[in-house]
Design a protein around this ligand. Structure first.
Ligand code: GDP
Ligand code: GDP
Length: 461
């Protein structure tokens, strides 16, 4: 099954030109089912080895001026609804217009995967427009020339991993409703094909075998739907379950499957990490579940680090707190170890729980919800630049060779996790420590603990 790409943007930015380039002679295959895609052109597209369906939101030009915005909004929302990935096109020669801003707003709210393209970018007349496009908060713009066929490699590079993720997600999105155990203790999954409409918050519970992951999920479920036990190897594959967690719709990925494969003892660590990686890839929030008796083992650290590098929000939960004898003392030790061993997750929440008794799970739920909110947070450009001025005064950037590095302008380029672009006179000369100073400042001043924060330095030429 292939994915669907919607090309959206205001009239005249080059959507149809790009559509034609992607679809080429295969335009004969265009599907214009009345009612479904009347204003939306659909075609079979090819880019490198990728095959996908492309939707073009043409027909906007016919609209009279006063109805344009509403019509555009409806069409775009419908295209977004139908698509797995949106390609948002702006005209780099014109720069970002107020209408583009409206599109960006719709896309930020409605779509998980947006690729931003600054079209008509052949030649240097487009440079300013490309820089402006950063400010739309949709990540790094691709420099594209639909007419000249430039930038298609960059488009391919962005689509390719999404295509992979889409295929995997299509497999995993069939929720498991029930689990049987056969004589060998294996559990063939049965699938429920009802599509889930409102997308639940994606949570992965990761941790060493026996940390209590299955117990935790069972307790949250409130019923014995997953099988737990002290011995390894009961459930087979990473399992996902959609549920309502006290009013919060979540889909939880469990990596219990690692225990089965882990029968080969010496491969245990490696397999656990790769299995965890799969769950982490799907997740928005990763709960790293530790056993209070043996916290922050090598394997825990690796998975937590991985989650950070993958850009996921992280919550650390310390389990089996019910049998911990010295709670106060232990908590101090845990906080100290956390700061020392995982500095990259500075400020991430640490919650003590008992998966068995259910104690602390309300706080875990609150921490997951908050982490997700922070991960999605958007800070206005005005706020950021006021903040930047203060940071520069408090601690000016270095002046290598007597010329002070200038940081001129800052904007949030993306969310999930939050990413920021700083326009800088000599990004290559700015020391790493200065970036860290800014990142830590952002975390503290905008209450963004527990989420990875990305900072991109760009030269302003
Ligand atoms: P749409 O309304 O967004 O579908 O835009 P069109 O594809 O109809 O293009 C609008 C105009 O921009 C046409 O005159 C195209 O030839 C021109 N155009 C499209 N892509 C490019 C490009 O990459 N560079 C330049 N310079 N012009 C382009
Ligand atoms: P998993 O391998 O991470 O899925 O771990 P399980 O959920 O299978 O739990 C491993 C063992 O730890 C089982 O014997 C559980 O009963 C036990 N366990 C899990 N959570 C707790 C807890 O909060 N307190 C105590 N005392 N034991 C727990």
């Amino acid at each position: 099954m292939s994915f669907t790409l919607a090309i959206v943007g205001r009239p005249n930015v080059g959507k149809s030109t790009l559509f034609n380039r992607l679809v080429g002679k295969r335009l004969a295959l265009v599907d214009d089912q009345p009612g479904v895609t009347r204003d939306l052109r659909e075609g079979a597209a090819r880019l490198g080895d990728l095959r996908f369906t492309v939707i073009d939101t043409a027909g906007l030009e016919d609209a009279t001026d006063d109805s344009l915005e509403g019509r555009m909004r409806r069409l775009t929302e419908r295209a977004v609804e139908m698509a797995d990935v949106c390609l948002f096109v702006i005209d780099a020669r014109t720069g970002v217009t107020p209408v583009d801003e409206i599109f960006a707003e719709i896309l930020r709210k409605r779509s998980d995967h947006v690729i931003l393209a600054a079209n008509k970018a052949e030649g240097s007349a487009a440079d300013a427009g490309v820089i402006e496009a950063w400010g739309l908060g949709l990540g790094e713009p691709i420099r594209l020339s639909a007419e000249h066929g430039e930038g298609l490699n960059d488009l391919y590079a962005q689509l390719q991993p999404l295509a992979d993720a889409y295929e995997e997600r299509a497999e995993a999105d069939a929720p498991v409703t029930d689990i049987e155990v056969n004589e060998e203790g294996e559990t063939p999954a049965q699938y429920d094909h009802t599509p889930t409409k409102a997308r639940p918050l994606q949570v992965a519970v990761v941790g060493r075998p026996n940390a209590g992951k299955s117990t935790l999920i069972n307790t949250i479920l409130g019923e014995e739907r997953l099988l737990t036990g002290p011995e390894a190897g009961i459930t087979r594959d990473a399992i996902s379950l959609a549920l309502d967690w006290d009013g919060l719709p979540v889909r939880i990925f469990d990596t219990a499957g690692m225990r089965k494969k882990a029968r080969v003892q010496d491969k245990l660590e490696k397999l656990s990490v790769s299995d965890g990686l799969r769950a982490v890839k799907f997740a928005e929030v990763v709960v790293v579940l530790l056993d209070a008796a043996i916290p922050f083992e090598q394997q825990d650290l690796r998975i937590a680090d991985l989650a950070e590098r993958e850009g996921r929000a992280v919550v650390v939960a310390v389990n089996k707190w019910d049998v911990e004898p010295e709670k106060q003392q232990k908590l101090r030790e845990l906080r100290e170890a956390f700061e020392r061993l995982l500095p990259q997750l500075r400020g991430a929440p640490l919650v003590t729980v008992s998966a068995k008794t259910g104690k602390g799970l309300d706080r875990l739920r609150a921490a997951v919800e908050k982490a997700h909110e922070v991960w999605n947070r958007r800070i206005t450009t005005a706020q950021l630049n006021r903040w930047l001025v203060g940071m520069l005064e408090q601690h000016p950037p270095p002046a290598p060779g007597g010329r002070r590095i200038k940081l001129r302008y800052m904007t949030q380029a993306k969310t999930r996790p939050p990413g920021f672009v700083v326009m800088c006179s000599h990004p290559d000369k700015l020391p790493e420590s200065y970036s860290r100073y800014l990142i830590n400042g952002l975390r503290d001043d905008f209450d963004m603990s527990g989420t990875p924060v990305r900072l991109y330095m760009r030269s302003q030429s």
